[in-house]
Design a protein around this ligand. Structure first.
Ligand SMILES: Cc1cc2nc3c(=O)[nH]c(=O)nc-3n(C[C@H](O)[C@H](O)[C@H](O)COP(=O)(O)OP(=O)(O)OC[C@H]3O[C@@H](n4cnc5c(N)ncnc54)[C@H](O)[C@@H]3O)c2cc1C
Length: 417
């Protein structure tokens, strides 16, 4: 490696921004070049189905502004689509024919919205890029009927945004309960009530047999009925964007395979974020599509590159905002049918939480409008000490005190030993 090494990040998203900031914070004095194929620098992707979908706001949108980049010698090149990494010559090759010298590369190409084969045109939308959102927002108007295919995080957020702009909305999903696969049936049922109360129609529990785009709208055949909508928003997940990795000879599975410190099968190449299937010390090989995970992985890689090898080993955390309700999940990558689930508070009334316990130890949590319960869960997961489920269930138990008591008891034990 040269005296002043160059790190090239492929993909200008959350990983790129967190890596650039993390490298400079940790004193990395090499060059940092971010190559992104979008026309802008990195932005807050979660805003695309929330604030930016309800209004054209730029508040809090940009992750790396020009003054910060100038002050920190970080170069962001937009409209720069990478073809592949040539590890043998130490270069990153772009589709425009140019090449960038790189001692180290971080692949952060994220994912692409999954498409419905053969279904496209002006009435069909996806929500992955700023351009997607700005196009869709114009269609969310009073008097228009919007179909949302998929009742997961993205679909429910889009439904909430569409309602807040006054459009009529129908959500279609083969699952009978919204969000239940990720947050459990109880929270899912509460979220369904929330959407119904806000005027969303729900066509759940039956698969869509056919989608036809006509001059009068999009026709969705669901069971015996046909839903006709002006626009259809397809929210059926993403495909990790592994094109650069495949062309560069990196080992992949359901993402780019990386070890616990983010290293790929090539020694000078790292990968992180939505595209990376990482070796998590607790959960094994897993690919996660959440901002916090992307940022934590990037921060760990930055620390490693700056000379302090670091493993991202925390529980996976995410949030979603729908109307004025906040939902959070922690450690849900790992829940098992045999785990004991403890309910706290009033989940149906949109003010409660769930804790998953294994051998009496909290391993995961989810909450509606109770961020503080999830914060306590994080400490309980870290402590890995058995908890009395009744204490957890009892809404008068102060969770911070419970954490303190358990931590003190563990400390006493350590001292005695
Ligand atoms: C609408 C929406 C809402 C979300 N809401 C939440 C939320 O509420 N909470 C949460 O935890 N997570 C949320 N997420 C997920 C979160 O945004 C992702 O986990 C995060 O963006 C992953 O960061 P990343 O850097 O891996 O990828 P991205 O942020 O997707 O960045 C990847 C970038 O690489 C670029 N790229 C791809 N190929 C190339 C190439 N060949 N050359 C150059 N550039 C390339 C892409 O165009 C893209 O700009 C949401 C995602 C979306 C789409």
């Amino acid at each position: 490696m040269t005296a002043r090494p160059t790190l090239v990040v492929v993909g200008a998203g959350h990983v790129a921004a967190a890596a650039a900031r993390g490298l400079r914070r940790r004193g990395f004095d090499g060059r940092v070049i971010v190559l992104g194929d979008e026309p802008t620098g990195p932005y807050q992707r979660p805003m695309l189905s929330k604030e930016r979908l309800t209004s054209a706001t730029e508040d809090g949108l940009w992750l790396l502004d020009a003054p910060w980049c100038a002050a920190n010698d970080v170069e962001v090149r937009t409209d720069s689509r990478v073809e592949r990494i040539a590890a043998d010559t130490g270069e990153v090759l772009l589709f425009d024919g140019s090449a960038v010298r790189a001692d180290l590369v971080l692949v952060a190409t994220g994912g692409q919205a999954r498409q419905l084969p053969g279904v496209g045109g002006a009435r069909v939308h996806h929500v992955r890029t700023l351009a997607d959102t700005d196009r869709l927002r114009e269609r969310l108007q009073p008097g228009r009927r919007i179909g949302v295919l998929g009742g997961g995080f993205l679909g429910t957020e889009v439904a909430a945004a569409a309602r807040s702009r006054g459009a009529d909305v129908v959500v279609v999903d083969r699952d009978p309960v919204l969000l239940s696969r990720v947050l459990g049936a109880d929270i899912g049922a509460a979220v369904m009530g929330l959407h119904r109360d806000n005027g969303v129609e729900l066509a759940l529990g039956q698969p869509v047999q056919d989608v036809r785009v006509g001059p009068d709208g999009v026709h969705l055949s669901v069971g015996a009925t046909t839903e006709v909508v002006d626009d259809l928003v397809v929210c059926i997940g993403i495909e990790p964007d592994m094109a650069v990795a495949l062309r560069s000879g990196l080992r992949v599975s359901n993402g780019i395979d990386v070890d616990a410190q983010g290293r790929t099968s090539l020694p000078t190449v790292f990968a992180a974020g939505d595209v990376a299937a990482h070796d998590h010390p607790r959960y094994g090989r897993v690919r996660v599509e959440h901002v916090d995970v992307a940022q934590q992985q990037a921060a760990a890689i930055a620390a490693t590159i700056a000379g302090r090898p670091t493993t991202f080993d925390g529980p996976h955390w995410f949030w979603t905002d729908q109307y004025d309700v906040n939902l959070q999940g922690l450690g849900l990558s790992d829940i098992r049918p045999s785990d004991v689930v403890v309910t706290r508070g009033d989940v149906a009334g949109l003010d409660g939480s769930l804790f998953w316990l294994r051998h009496g130890v909290v391993v995961a949590a989810a909450a509606i409008d109770r961020g503080e319960d999830v914060m306590a869960a994080r400490e309980l997961i870290d402590l890995a000490a058995p908890v009395d489920p009744e204490q957890l269930r009892d809404d008068t138990t102060d969770l911070d005190e419970l954490v303190e008591t358990l931590a003190d008891a563990m400390y006493d034990e350590e001292v005695v030993v």
